[in-house]
Design a protein around this ligand. Structure first.
Ligand code: SF4
Ligand code: SF4
Length: 83
């Protein structure tokens, strides 16, 4: 699954530079995650980096984007330009 940022986000800015896929950007009211770019950090790190640094724990999984580890790895490869 991709992750998502909820309205609990306090716009502290710390997660955005940590994302290896540039999936995090500022939205209208708070930071958001592009589900087409979020691999849950699969391919880069063992743990989601944004979750590790978020001080208010507002980054749950996105229930609209259920993906298997294999699909996340395929997304990673696509983002890297490898197929
Ligand atoms: Fe980026 Fe990883 Fe967070 Fe997804 S889980 S938004 S890839 S830092
Ligand atoms: Fe929002 Fe958490 Fe990212 Fe800070 S680390 S901007 S609170 S999602």
């Amino acid at each position: 699954m991709a992750l998502k940022i909820t309205a609990e986000c306090i716009n502290c800015d710390v997660c955005e530079p940590e994302c290896p896929n540039q999936a995090i950007s500022m939205g209208d009211e708070h930071y958001i995650i592009d589900p087409d770019k979020c691999t849950e950090c699969v391919g880069h790190f063992d743990e989601p980096q944004c979750v590790q640094v978020c001080p208010v724990e507002c980054i749950p999984v996105n229930p609209d984007r259920v993906e298997t580890p294999e699909q996340l790895l395929q997304k990673y490869r696509r983002l890297q330009g490898r197929r």
